[in-house]
Design a protein around this ligand. Structure first.
Ligand SMILES: *Cc1c(COP(=O)(O)O)cnc(C)c1O
Length: 234
């Protein structure tokens, strides 16, 4: 299967999921997760009409953004972010989905170049309660959200989650359902967020049914990655 046909099939899945969920067409954005794949694969996807790409590793994001600068793509950083790596992300990303500590947000805010528009950010929430998972706890979310929303250079757009790796659908559904609930609680406190980043290749239909506005899809578009290069649960 070519990247073009995989992309077409993924867009069809997404359209069907929107329809099945009773949601208007084109309300869920498709982020193509290109981690571990070469710039040439991204070029192919871009030629097939894909504009937004997600990367997990800072050096990879930086290299590909530079190599593909002629395409004016939108870059989303979705991986774990250490404080000593924030500068490159502040300089080349349009979005960061994986913020779970104020310190990281403060560094991104301070390092965002003044000539660029505000960096769009999502807060990653640990919806499964697994100790190994990144993400702020639901209880800690309101304070972090208010603090991040007040930072210059950043625009708080939404919430992101990576649920437990399980085939237990009710359990998955319950974890996805956390994000709209938390979004509503923040809205009641006057903080309006427009993005829920949830759903991947295996579970995008369920995520869309649960209110996702952006799905992050890698494998279904670009094919499988070697196991060592897949820290999807980090
Ligand atoms: C790798 C990754 C994805 C894409 O996962 P697929 O199962 O390949 O679609 C989505 N989100 C995050 C945070 C990832 O690390």
């Amino acid at each position: 299967m070519t990247i073009e046909s995989a992309l077409r099939a993924t867009r069809q899945r997404l359209a069907q999921a929107e329809h099945a969920a009773g949601r208007p067409p084109d309300t869920v954005q498709l982020l193509a997760v290109s981690k571990t794949f070469p710039a040439s694969a991204i070029r192919e996807a871009a030629a097939a009409g894909q504009h937004c790409f997600g990367e997990n590793y800072v050096q990879e994001l930086h290299g590909k953004a530079a190599e593909l600068a002629d395409l004016a793509l939108e870059w989303h950083f979705i991986g774990p972010l250490q404080s000593n790596k924030t500068r490159l992300v502040a300089e080349c990303a349009h979005w960061v989905h994986s913020i779970d500590r104020l310190k990281i947000a403060e560094r991104l805010a301070a390092q965002r170049p003044a000539h660029l528009p505000a960096l769009n950010v999502c807060l990653q929430v640990n919806v499964s309660g697994e100790a190994s998972k990144s993400g702020v706890t639901p209880a800690e979310l309101p304070a972090l959200a208010q603090a991040v929303a007040a930072l210059p250079g950043l625009r708080l757009r939404g919430l992101m989650c990576i649920p437990e790796a399980t085939d237990d659908l009710p359990r998955l559904r319950e974890q996805f359902a956390c994000l709209p609930t938390l979004q509503a609680a923040l809205a009641a406190d006057g903080l309006m967020l427009d993005t829920l980043s949830m759903g991947m290749s295996a579970d995008l239909e369920l995520a869309v049914a649960c209110g996702s506005t952006l799905v992050r899809v890698g494998t279904a578009i670009f094919g499988g990655r070697s196991a060592s290069a897949t820290p999807a649960t980090a």
